[in-house]
Design a protein around this ligand. Structure first.
Ligand code: SF4
Length: 358
């Protein structure tokens, strides 16, 4: 496909986009800096997160950990607490691990090329391209959701964008287009165009700086691009949660470091299995997780929560230990925590929805 774009068109698209970006770039706290650390944090934080949601998180994070050394020396709990509510917690854990590598094994020296950045945990081709082009002026492309949408419309790509072949085609297009003298600005301009003009529903083609070259606008197919593959049905799970209380303290468990919500604190519990009552499921889950028998009391809250690939309904019951001393069989640690100290722990968002009811 990139062979089909004339060199002259590529140059004109670059010019039009860069001029538009110069006039329209939003002022954001990580723009106007070439500090690789701040750009890195912003790029990791803003994956799968809207800018308006991510901005206050970025500001708090940079204030707490202003340098890669400060982040490297922080505890995982402190890092996760500042990430709490953003989701995709592996991003925070990988960022923390990578900061330790940079601070302790590279003597604080950041990688300088996209290829070197990609060797760090949690840094994929997109993030590496963004950091290398913005902070180090390397002519490296980026391809995030916004850029995919812009390119699939600009070149009217009818193949589903989640296919590996289409993804390769999109990377090749991004590579062809990226401006050799201002790669960082060009990449940000593409992302900005996708975020503010070439938006998913009803793109503002009338004010778009690349309208003249847009094949989808010419053919009227914008609403059909990008084409996405069929999504699998989202499963729903019924979950029981034990708010186990003793002397005004609740029993919390820390999730293992890897996997969903790794390193966060939670109330113990789990999935209800077929033909189990809520009380039976809770008694079984708590026996498996903590090795104790419990008395299941009243229902304290019912909350619904959607993750990216499944939905849950959490049924929270007040419980008390009947016999045994709790052991962390599936958690890495257990703690009895008074209600007033909940804000010191990083909880999954779904747990936050019922804390008020306890
Ligand atoms: S003309 Fe419309 S569809 Fe094409 S890139 Fe611009 S906003 Fe998107």
């Amino acid at each position: 496909m990139q062979d089909q774009i004339e060199k002259d068109t590529v140059i004109r698209i670059r010019r039009a986009l860069l001029a538009w970006y110069g006039r329209n770039a939003r002022v954001l706290p990580w723009r106007g800096t070439r500090d690789p650390y701040a750009i890195w944090v912003a790029e990791i934080m803003l994956q799968q997160t809207r800018i308006d949601q991510g901005t206050p998180y970025f500001e708090r994070f940079i204030k707490a950990f202003p340098t890669v050394e400060a982040l490297a020396e922080a505890s995982e709990d402190a890092v996760l607490k500042l990430w709490e509510g953003l989701g995709y917690y592996s991003r925070a854990r990988n960022l923390h691990r990578a900061a330790k590598l940079v601070a302790f094994e590279r003597g604080g020296a950041f990688p300088a090329t996209a290829a070197e950045w990609q060797a760090l945990p949690g840094v994929g081709r997109y993030t590496a391209g963004a950091i290398a082009s913005i902070a180090f002026n390397e002519v490296a492309p980026v391809l995030d959701g916004n850029v995919k949408r812009v390119l699939s419309r600009l070149f009217d790509i009818a193949a589903p964008i989640d296919r590996p072949a289409t993804e390769r085609q999109l990377w090749a297009l991004a590579e062809t287009l990226v401006a050799p003298r201002r790669p960082g600005d060009f990449n940000q301009a593409m992302m900005e165009l996708g975020a503010t003009v070439c938006v998913p529903k009803a793109p503002s083609c009338g004010t778009c700086p690349v309208r003249r070259w847009c094949r989808a606008a010419e053919r009227g197919t914008q609403a059909e691009r990008p084409v996405k593959g069929k999504k699998a049905a989202v499963p729903h799970y019924e979950i029981v949660v034990a708010a186990i209380e003793k002397n005004g303290r609740f029993l919390l468990g820390k999730r293992p470091p890897n996997g969903l919500l790794g390193g966060l604190w939670e109330f113990p519990g789990g999935k209800v299995q077929t033909a189990e009552s809520h009380a039976e499921a809770l008694e079984r889950e708590i026996r498996e997780e903590l090795g104790v028998a419990i008395r299941v009391g009243g229902l304290a809250a019912v909350v619904n929560h959607a993750y990216s690939h499944f939905k849950v309904t959490l049924n929270v019951y007040r419980c008390a230990i009947k016999s045994g001393a709790p052991q962390p069989k599936t958690h890495t640690a257990l703690k009895w925590v008074p209600r007033a100290h909940f804000d010191r722990y990083a909880f999954p968002k779904a747990n936050h929805k019922f804390l008020g009811a306890l």
